[in-house]
Design a protein around this ligand. Structure first.
Ligand SMILES: *[C@@H]1O[C@H](CO)[C@@H](O)[C@H](O)[C@H]1NC(C)=O
Ligand SMILES: *[C@@H]1O[C@H](CO)[C@@H](O)[C@H](O)[C@H]1NC(C)=O
Ligand SMILES: *[C@@H]1O[C@H](CO)[C@@H](O)[C@H](O)[C@H]1NC(C)=O
Length: 188
């Protein structure tokens, strides 16, 4: 009898952990064949950054989704559902003007977008809410969704070229300048 209740206690712990996750997750999504992070984001009004920050199990290049896997699209109280899918020739000015928000808010809700807005790519999903709506980057962590997918197309020919070697070199320079620890850079 004693041994049996010990086993029951071991089983109960992971179940409780799951319930805690479900309570804070506002919306869930089940991965289907052919899904890709940005298509899930676009279809469900969950920004590129939000999907990445909420689902830390998804890797930098979104190539480890499993059919049937449950993703959280947004957490309670920090679930931005006002989104914009980046189009050819979009710019941050165009986006902020269209949705009547300021650049500070655009960058707070989309921390993967660089200060000069040179790294937008077609199909990226931005949170364009008029309040701060997404979870912050955890302190000491790399910004989720900051890695541009290798297949991404920049919004215009004047935007930074999307090349792994170029972005790795650029990131290394930044890293050397401010001593930030960005372990993923070495893996590119
Ligand atoms: C996404 O937002 C658009 C615009 O507000 C809305 O028309 C659409 O129904 C929303 N889709 C989902 C899945 O919430
Ligand atoms: C984007 O801008 C370029 C250069 O101004 C123009 O040739 C092209 O037609 C534009 N594309 C779209 C989809 O507006
Ligand atoms: C940007 O907009 C937000 C929300 O309206 C506001 O709280 C903030 O003060 C604005 N920031 C600037 C720099 O205008």
């Amino acid at each position: 009898m004693f041994a049996r209740s010990v086993v029951a206690a071991f089983v109960a712990a992971p179940l409780l952990a799951q319930v805690a996750f479900a309570a804070s997750c506002a919306r869930q999504y089940t991965v289907k064949e052919g899904d890709w992070c940005d298509t899930i984001s676009a279809a469900n009004n969950a920004s590129t950054y939000q999907l990445a920050v909420v689902n830390s199990a998804i890797d930098n290049v979104c190539d480890n989704l499993q059919v049937g896997q449950t993703l959280c699209l947004g957490t309670e109280g920090e679930d931005c559902q006002t989104t914009h899918v980046v189009q050819p020739n979009d710019s941050c000015d165009l986006v902020t003007g269209t949705y009547n928000i300021n650049a500070t808010l655009l960058h707070t809700n989309n921390p993967q977008v660089d200060a000069d807005c040179t790294n937008l790519y077609i199909g990226e999903v931005l949170c364009v809410a008029n309040t701060v709506a997404v979870p912050a980057v955890a302190s000491g962590s790399a910004t989720p969704a900051i890695i541009i997918p290798a297949t991404a197309t920049p919004v215009s020919t004047t935007a930074s070229p999307v090349q792994t070697s170029t972005s790795a070199a650029a990131t290394e320079t930044v890293s050397a300048d401010d001593d930030e620890d960005l372990p993923f850079c070495d893996e590119l």
